[in-house]
Design a protein around this ligand. Structure first.
Ligand code: G6P
Length: 366
C-alpha cells in the first residue's frame, strides 16, 4: 500500500523508483561479484558445482514485466553460459501441460512473489519434480518459499503498479546467474572479468541516463499525443522494445506494439504512417547496420522515428544516446530511457501514473 512508504519528495512513486535505480542495482550486486576469479557468488541458489554444470536447458516463467525481464535473462544465459534458454508467460505455461525435464533449470520471476499464475506454475513444476529457482524481490513471499533457492533482488519495496526498478534488478540478477552458470562451463576468465567490470559500471551509467530526463520529457510530450506507437528492436533489443511498449500502454494508455525490427516487413509495415511513430532500439552491436536499414524503410513510409541507442543517426527524427557498456549488458541500460519516456507521456496526458486504471500491483487471483 502506497501510504506506508515515503515518496521521497517525488511527485509520483514511479519517478522515485526510476530515480533510485543507481542504488537498487548496486544493492542487487552487493557482495555478489568476485573480482579475483571473475565469478558471481549466489549462495541462495543452494546448488553445488556439479549440479550447476548439469543443466542442459533453462526455462524462465513470469507474468507481465517479469516475463519480459525473463526474456532479457534468457538472452543473457544463452550468450554467457551457452545454455539454450527461453522465457514464457507463467499463465500460459501452467495450462499447456509442459514437459518437465530433470536437466532443465526452471526460473520463476516475480517482484511481489505472490502472483497467482506464477505461484501455480511453480507448484505444478515441483509436483512433477522440476528444479525451480526464484528471482524475487519480496523476502519470504510465497514464490520465495516454494522455490528450491534463488536470488533476492534487494531492490526495496516497489509501490507504483508499473514495474521499473524490479525489472532492471531482475535483469541484473540474470546477468549474475548467467555469469555464475557460464564460469563453471565455457565462459573464459577474460570474459568473466569483462562482465564483472561491466556490471560494476551500471550504477554510474544509470545516473548518467537519469540526467537526460529533461530532454526525454520534451520527447514524451512531442510523441505522446499519437494514437499509437510502434517499438522495434532485434535480438538483444527486442525485450527492451517489449518492456518499453508495456510501460507506455500501462501508464499512458497509448496503444503500443512491440515487434522485432526484422519482422516489420512481414506485416506491421502496413501500419507505418506519420500517425504511428516508432521507437527504435538500436544498440551499437553487430546488427547496427541492419537496424539502420530498417529505419530507412520506416522513413520511406513517412514514419517518425525516435531512436534509442549509442549514437545519433540521420535516419531518425530524434535520438536518445545512452552510455555504452558490454554488448550483453547494454539492454539493461537501454530500458531506462523508455521508463522515463512512458512516465512523462503519462504525466503529459494527465494519467493516474501510480495507479493506472484496470491494473493491480500484484494479481493474486487467477
Ligand atoms: C501485475 C503488475 C505488473 C507486473 C506483474 C507481475 O500485472 O501490474 O507490473 O509485472 O503483475 O508481477 P510480479 O509481482 O509477479 O513480478
Amino acid at each position: 500500500d502506497a501510504g506506508h512508504y515515503d515518496n521521497g519528495g517525488y511527485e509520483h512513486y514511479l519517478l522515485k523508483e526510476i530515480s533510485e535505480q543507481p542504488d537498487t542495482v548496486a544493492r542487487t550486486l552487493r557482495g555478489r561479484l568476485d573480482d579475483r576469479f571473475h565469478i558471481a557468488h549466489l549462495g541462495g541458489l543452494n546448488m553445488d558445482a556439479r549440479e550447476t554444470r548439469s543443466f542442459r536447458r533453462v526455462k524462465i516463467i513470469g507474468c507481465g514485466s517479469a516475463y519480459y525481464s525473463g526474456q532479457m535473462g534468457a538472452q543473457l544465459i544463452e550468450e554467457l553460459a551457452r545454455i539454450p534458454a527461453d522465457a514464457e508467460p507463467a499463465s500460459e505455461f501452467r495450462y499447456r501441460s509442459p514437459v518437465v525435464e530433470p536437466d532443465t533449470l526452471y526460473v520463476a520471476i516475480s517482484q511481489s512473489g505472490e502472483t497467482y499464475d506464477t505461484l501455480a506454475a511453480v507448484q505444478e513444476l515441483k509436483r512433477k519434480g522440476g528444479r525451480v529457482l526464484g528471482i524475487v524481490n519480496t523476502v519470504g513471499s510465497a514464490i520465495a518459499r516454494e522455490t528450491d533457492g534463488g536470488i533476492y533482488l534487494h531492490a526495496g519495496p516497489e509501490v507504483s503498479v508499473a514495474s521499473t526498478k524490479a525489472f532492471i534488478s531482475t535483469a541484473v540478477a540474470f546477468a549474475l546467474l548467467a555469469l555464475h552458470l557460464g564460469r563453471v562451463r565455457d565462459l573464459s576468465p577474460a570474459d568473466g572479468r569483462r562482465i564483472c567490470e561491466g556490471l560494476r559500471r551500471l550504477p554510474e551509467q544509470i545516473k548518467e541516463i537519469l540526467t537526460l530526463e529533461d530532454r526525454i520529457r520534451e520527447l514524451a510530450k512531442k510523441y505522446a499525443d499519437s494514437p499509437g506507437m510502434m517499438f522495434v528492436g532485434r535480438v538483444r533489443g527486442y525485450p527492451v522494445a517489449r518492456e518499453g511498449a508495456q510501460k507506455l500502454k500501462e501508464i499512458s494508455y497509448v496503444h503500443a506494439e512491440a515487434y522485432p525490427a526484422s519482422e516489420l516487413k512481414h506485416g506491421p509495415l502496413a501500419l507505418i504512417s506519420p500517425e504511428l511513430p516508432t521507437v527504435a532500439i538500436v544498440p551499437d552491436d553487430e546488427l547496427l547496420d541492419k537496424n539502420l536499414t530498417t529505419l530507412g524503410e520506416i522513413r520511406a513510409r513517412h514514419g517518425r522515428i525516435l531512436m534509442v541507442g549509442h549514437r545519433t543517426s540521420e535516419a531518425a527524427d530524434d535520438c536518445i544516446v545512452v552510455p555504452k557498456n558490454e554488448v550483453e549488458l547494454d539492454p539493461i541500460l537501454l530500458t531506462i530511457p523508455l521508463q522515463l519516456f512512458a512516465y512523462h507521456a503519462a504525466v503529459a496526458l494527465d494519467r493516474d501514473v501510480d495507479r493506472p486504471r484496470n491494473l493491480a500491483k500484484s494479481v493474486t487471483v487467477e
